[in-house]
Design a protein around this ligand. Sequence first.
Ligand SMILES: [Zn+2]
Ligand SMILES: [Zn+2]
Length: 449
Amino acid sequence: MGFFKWVSPVVVLLYLVDSALVYSSSLSSNDLSKIPSELLDFAKAPVIVDWMVGIRRKLHENPELGYEEFKTSELIRAELDKMGVRYNYPVAVTGVVGFIGTGKPPFVALRADMDALPMQEMVEWEHKSKIPGKMHACGHDAHVTMLIGAAKILQEHHEELKFFLQGTVVLVFQPAEEGGGGAAKIVSAGALENVSAIFGLHVDPSIRIGEVASRSGPILAGSGIFEAVISGKGGHAAIPQHTIDPILAASNVIVSLQHLVSREADPLDSQVVTVAKFQGGGAFNVIPDSVTIGGSFRAFSKESFMQLRQRIVEVITGQAAVQRCNATIHFYTEERPFYPVTVNDKNLHGHFRKVAGDMLGIDNVCDKKPLMAAEDFAFYQQVVPGYFFFLGMQNETRKQLKSFHSPYFEINEDMFPYGAALHASLAVRYLLDFQPKDPLVEGKYHDEL
Ligand SMILES: [Zn+2]
Ligand SMILES: [Zn+2]
């Protein structure tokens, strides 16, 4: 009954005298500031930690790629069923959207991504991936676990919550973050209708456990991929005059693409064009008919991103033509939609610093430099104010953890209480801040919370 510690005895008494009159403003700022640390204490209980670790290990052993997260989704639904949390399924193929609260506004959403990566795990441990060539190497197994943990925290406190809280926490378990743009499909499915704000987190092996990091404004880049087939005329390597060499043309294309960032972009406006793929030819003495190149481009504003996109087309076609080649360019936006820039809402940044500061101490709420990595969380931020932050998991007593997408990537499971409690606290405190001004008179309160 930890929640009672947050409210003064007078408020509880008022509630008992007339439960039709409940004002969130009855909670003092002192009461509010205690919520995050109380929820963290709850999440640190060995029984909760062991339960979360068990879930994460099951997920880790059974990684599934984007839009194939059927077993992952099944596990999530089974846990929500056990807790008595209502949900919609399927949303965006494998997604699950749960609801805790009155089912009425205000709505605040918490998001976890579910998908793994097409790579072989190289970490030898008891709960290594059982699926060859698939691995949770970005920590999405931990993200799912911590959101289920947050659901548990909220459900376990629902009796206390309904004394002074109106509103609904929306739990978004989304598919396909790793390139598939699952968030965009969740938005298209209408899951964020009426939602006022959304929070998401990512584990971070470069930050110490017990610390979090983020910033207001742009934090992750907009991102897209491109592929170009440069076609010439193949022939004998000894008779180049009878060929149109696509290898040389592609090489010039790649050099010219480097000028987009070094000569055309504002040096203070970070952008990246990387050619990561070059395929052509198979013999020492044959000039091939065509070469395929491909890569990634990123920018921190929509304008810069779209400018890069346009110039990539112009440079590839123009430079190929100089070399007498043809070029066709694909951005594959159907399968891999452009990810917008992840831009954190200014007001939610203030909210995050307050809540995380109350839980961890403000010195452990760090500023994060923007990264050129991308996140499909940005799709949510295009329709509602959103906030994305990084959760530390580096423990000084452990060896240095490997970075995301490494086959040696590991999770420090000690971080789970922090992530679960932060999710729950961000939502509860958000709802408390946004309680309707009028007293709740209708039917005292709803049964669901
Ligand atoms: Zn990733
Ligand atoms: Zn990730």
